[in-house]
Unconditional design. Structure first.
Length: 239
């Protein structure tokens, strides 16, 4: 998966693991154990050419908290759904399987972030919180911020019931009623939120990949029902 908006920046490293790399972590596993997943994680990052970097991760809770990697110390478990850094050789990781990995980069201020955004996180404005963090803590100009939206549950497969739909009443254009079913277009909602925050349309790019549709490539919580296999998404800068 590559984003055209990031092509000009060879020091920017980002990606997402595929099914063939194995599950990178069990969502239900104890956060500090699960050796096989650690090994998969290490193998994957090595293949991606990531070395001599500190790896950061979170205990994700479908919330809206953003953490600077500087605040992650020792072996404690940090609860948040987005990581930010302005330092090189730090690799920020999240795990996903239907939730969207969102890659953010401000080439002017040299800041990267990654966010874990499913419908709950999107409703709680996780992405807007990362953008606000760039602006407030690093004086980013929203017009400089580049955003790549990775693979997640597309509108084709994000069918919701009325209770979930209630969270999206502000976005009638992003809701489709078809054959008695209701579908929500989360990428379109994310785009609207970013434009409201002052980002430029040409600085936003979507992979267009649906995790449910892409059975050969990605795990999908919704498709694989009883599975807790996940992909790892990462971003970082080299010197
Ligand atoms: Zn789909």
């Amino acid at each position: 998966m590559e984003f055209d908006i990031f092509k000009k920046y060879p020091n920017l490293k980002y990606g997402i693991s595929k099914k063939r790399h194995g599950s990178l972590k069990k969502i239900t596993a104890d956060f500090n154990s699960a050796d096989i997943f650690r090994r998969n994680e290490k193998d994957f990052l090595t293949r991606e050419g990531i070395k001599d970097s500190k790896i950061y991760e979170l205990k994700q809770v479908h919330g809206n908290k953003v953490l600077n990697s500087e605040n992650i110390t020792g072996n404690a478990t940090f609860v948040a759904d987005a990581l930010v850094t302005n330092a090189p050789n730090k690799v920020l990781t999240i795990t996903v399987a239907d939730c969207y990995p969102i890659y953010l980069f401000d080439p002017t201020r040299k800041i990267v972030a990654i966010a874990h955004a499913g419908w709950r996180g999107i409703t709680k404005d996780i992405l807007c919180n990362v953008i606000d963090y760039f602006v407030l803590k690093f004086s980013s100009d929203p017009q400089d911020i580049l955003v790549g939206i990775g693979p997640g549950l597309g509108k084709c497969h994000f069918e919701v019931k009325e209770d979930v739909l209630d969270n999206f009443t502000a976005y009638p254009e992003e809701i489709e009623h078809k054959n008695g079913k209701i579908f929500v277009d989360l990428p379109a909602i994310l785009e609207k939120k970013m434009l409201e925050r002052g980002l430029k349309r040409e600085n936003i790019e979507f992979s267009g990949l649906c995790t449910y549709c892409e059975n050969g490539k990605f795990f999908s919580r919704r498709r694989d029902k009883n599975s807790d296999e996940v992909m790892m998404a990462y971003i970082g800068m080299t010197v």
